[in-house]
Design a protein around this ligand. Structure first.
Ligand code: AMP
Length: 272
């Protein structure tokens, strides 16, 4: 992988990179298509990263289908599918990690305290192997995107980080590999996340600025769905993610909800 990138760089080619955990869907493929517009060649990694899963989480159960993913990426004419084995990314004796301290604490970091350390560490390793000029990340994982932006600034990495809008199913549900955990009834229930976000957007458009009022309305909307269990609903600053009481110009509404075996996240940037 590294020598391929070195050759491309010597030829003056711009490398665009899309890191994923595989089990690809249209959300991932939309990132890939965007990468093709932003670079001369595209690398996609598929690596289910063990260090971002807690021992109680779904690392083993996480859906995998490499041959299907490979076909999908070939159809998009991706230049490289990089699929390293775990022991090459984490050789015996590994003891260094990357932690983006403050940004990793709120939202998903509250309930998954080691998660973003795992993400920041693996993304740094992948950046050092792939040596991309640009990397594309989905706004679906809003906190992750802000963490990567901070990491690249703090460690002075010369990589352009490009955010990509959330890709949704026709009924509004954000595409996610973890949607595969949902049965038919749970899949229907999952619409409550995007429905509640749209409700918040309407409230803001009508002039509501109180974070408390919006969070209450979003919570009420989700509680209408008996299969849904709210993990968090927060409104925070777009960059720092610090909670805000009032939406001045814009803020991000982020939520995590459990439905059946799946933990689903979604978010919306609210603009006044
Ligand atoms: P994952 O394989 O879930 O780790 O996701 C790999 C990349 O795809 C991350 O940058 C995600 O934010 C992005 N992604 C996943 N689902 C979506 C979606 N529905 N819309 C946009 N980007 C997404």
């Amino acid at each position: 992988m590294a020598s391929w990138s070195e050759t491309k760089r010597r030829q003056g080619r711009r490398i665009a990179f899309v890191p994923t955990m595989g089990f690809l869907h249209e959300g991932h493929l939309s990132l890939v298509r965007h990468a093709k517009e932003r670079g001369d060649c595209v690398v996609v990694s598929i690596f289910v990263n063990p260090t971002q899963f807690a021992p109680t989480e779904d690392f083993t159960a996480y859906p995998r289908d490499l041959s299907r993913d490979n076909r999908l990426l070939q159809a998009e004419a991706v230049d490289v599918l990089f699929h390293p084995p775990v022991e090459e990314i984490y050789p015996t004796g590994c003891q260094t990690h990357v932690e983006v301290e403050t940004l990793s604490k709120p939202l998903c970091g509250m309930l998954r305290p080691a998660h973003f350390r795992g993400v920041a560490t693996v993304v740094t390793k992948l950046f050092n192997i792939v040596r991309p000029h640009a990397a594309i990340f989905g706004e679906k994982d809003y906190q992750q995107l802000q963490i990567i932006r901070r990491l690249v600034r703090d460690l002075m990495l010369d990589i352009e980080i490009i955010g990509h809008p959330i890709v949704r199913e026709a009924d509004g549900v954000a595409m996610s590999s973890r949607n595969a955990y949902l049965n038919a009834e749970e899949r229907k229930a999952a619409v409550c996340l995007s429905r509640s976000l749209r409700k918040a957007e309407c409230m803001v458009r009508r002039g509501e600025a109180s974070a408390k009022a919006i969070i209450e309305a979003v919570g009420a909307e989700i509680k209408n769905e008996p299969l849904a269990i709210v993990e968090y609903i927060k409104i925070g600053d777009l960059e720092t993610l610090d909670e805000v009481d009032e939406i001045r110009d814009s803020a991000v509404l982020a939520l995590a909800v459990r439905i059946g075996k799946a933990r689903l996240i979604d978010n919306k940037v609210l603009i006044r």
